[in-house]
Design a protein around this ligand. Structure first.
Ligand SMILES: *Cc1c(COP(=O)(O)O)cnc(C)c1O
Length: 230
């Protein structure tokens, strides 16, 4: 399979899930997760029309950034250390993985230095997995309320990394919960907070995520193939 075949298949699966759920195509964005993959492959996917790319390491965004077209929307999807915020603050369009006030405060500080507003998502650990980043559902509202008061930062929604499963149906309940968290927070009408984006769904489960309300799917392996971390 060529990269084009992979991409076509992912897009067609997303579109089927969108129609099945009676949603609008413009409400779902495909983020091609290009971590560990070379610039040449990213350029190929770009040439096929994709503009949103996801990376989980700051260093990797920095290495790729200048070698690729400037109209790419870079999404930081992985855990972000406070001391690295300054390197990407003017390069990414959305930080998906904010799960602490401390990190948000640093993003706020750096955003103000660059006279910009940084859009962020709050990462939720829905399944309560020990090994995962993300705020626990019980602490979500309090964290949203405190971060919302920071200048230079705008909360646009929620993100989760669901457990790795063989059958995507196993994650449906998690996606349903995420959608409900977003609806609940939306109802509180907190200043500076919208729940426009729900970032959920990866190669193994993105169709189910779309059926349950995902607005951003982060798909790596199904587009670029397996990753080699060596
Ligand atoms: C790597 C990664 C993805 C993509 O995973 P695939 O299973 O390869 O589609 C999505 N989200 C995050 C946060 C990731 O780190």
């Amino acid at each position: 399979m060529s990269l084009k075949d992979n991409l076509d298949e992912v897009v067609s699966n997303i579109n089927s899930a969108i129609s099945k759920a009676g949603r609008r195509p413009e409400d779902v964005t495909l983020i091609a997760v290009s971590k560990t993959k070379p610039v040449s492959m990213i350029q190929e996917i770009y040439d096929l029309g994709v503009r949103d790319f996801g990376e989980n390491r700051v260093q990797e965004i920095l290495e790729k950034y200048d070698r690729l077209p400037s109209d790419i929307n870079w999404h930081l999807i992985g855990h972000l250390q406070t001391n690295k915020v300054k390197y990407i603050i003017d390069k990414v369009c959305l930080i998906h993985s904010v799960d602490s006030y401390k990190l948000a405060a640093e993003i706020s500080k750096e955003a103000l230095k660059h006279s910009r507003t940084m859009d962020i998502l709050i990462e939720v650990n829905v399944a309560g997995e020990e090994s995962k980043f993300g705020v626990r559902p019980d602490d979500l509202e309090e964290l949203v309320r405190s971060i919302a008061k920071l200048p230079g930062i705008c909360i646009k929604g929620l993100m989760t990394v669901a457990p790795y499963v063989v059958d995507p149906e196993e994650n449906r309940g998690i996606f349903v919960k995420m959608k409900q968290f977003a609806v609940d927070i939306s109802k509180k009408s907190i200043d500076n907070v919208s729940m426009d984006y729900i970032s959920m769904g990866m190669s193994g489960d993105y169709t189910v995520a779309v059926e349950e309300g995902s607005t951003m799917v982060r798909v790596g392996t199904s587009i670029f193939g397996e990753r080699n971390y060596k």
